[in-house]
Design a protein around this ligand. Structure first.
Ligand code: SAH
Length: 245
């Protein structure tokens, strides 16, 4: 039977693609982290829900694969895109143990893109996405990616900037970036994009380390051409010599 691994976008059901909506409607069983199931509650009412808490990702994927293997059309939901720090990779790693399950991945709007649209056009040129979570990646690897992205002139999106156990990580990353980028580099903080409590702030790299961040926040660090135009964060691509790089 089929398991659809679905990215639901950054916020509530408005951010679903038509394909994701169709797949959810066509599923008997929906698995996911409780908060995400809540965001799409109206669509999945009456379906069998399989919920597991944070950090129980392998168990969640197995439950979904088991349900599909038992003959029930199943959806496994992730926030944003299912392949960006999501479950899609883990499902494929487990898939050889479930040869009868057909897996499809349905793309969603990742936090970087949802947040970028709120900010203006910060990702108009090359950009890098880096997660500050060192649960699965050693901090030294994260540090060297931050340095490489800064040296390469990429706009940088930071996912998982901090959590209760990693309170100072965003500030640590800012200090590393300040060794390579100007203090006045345009930066932004997007929290709860598309959800209740959505906030957007544009600031500078010097000030970014003092911003409140949590696990629902994405940080944006501009490149040397990123500017603020009418309050919006814009990274020019350079069309027509209107001042961009
Ligand atoms: N698969 C998700 C990312 C999961 S990692 C995606 O593609 O978006 C979790 C991180 O994503 C959070 O720590 C935060 O940095 C970012 N994020 C997810 N949803 C967000 C939202 N609504 N607003 C701001 N950042 C968000």
């Amino acid at each position: 039977m089929r398991l659809a691994v679905i990215g639901i976008g950054p916020g509530d059901a408005r951010y679903l693609t038509a394909e994701a909506l169709e797949a959810l409607r066509g599923s008997e069983v929906v698995a996911g982290y409780p908060l995400y199931l809540e965001l799409i509650a109206d669509i999945i009412r009456g379906k069998v829900l399989l919920q597991t808490p944070m950090r129980r990702e392998t168990e969640r994927c197995r439950m979904a694969l088991d349900a599909a293997s038992a003959g029930r059309t199943t959806a496994l939901v992730c926030s944003g895109d299912a392949g960006v720090y999501g479950m899609a990779g883990l499902v494929y790693e487990l898939a050889p143990q479930y040869p009868d399950v057909e897996i499809v991945v349905i793309p969603g709007i990742t936090a970087a893109l949802g947040g970028a649209a709120l900010l203006g056009a910060p990702l108009g040129h090359d950009f890098a996405v880096i997660s500050l979570s060192d649960l699965l990646t050693p901090w030294e690897t994260i540090r060297s990616r931050l340095v490489s992205a800064a040296q390469g002139g990429f706009v940088i999106c930071l996912y998982n900037p901090s959590s209760k156990k990693r309170r100072d990580y965003a500030a640590r990353a800012c200090r590393i970036l300040l060794d390579h980028l100007r203090e006045e580099t345009v930066c932004a903080v997007v929290r709860n994009a598309g959800r209740v409590g959505e906030t957007v702030r544009v600031t500078t790299l010097a000030r970014l380390k003092d911003e409140e961040t949590d696990m629902f926040t994405t940080l944006f660090i501009g490149n040397s051409s990123t500017k603020v135009i009418n309050g919006k964060m814009v990274t020019p691509r350079g069309y027509g010599g209107y001042g961009g790089a």
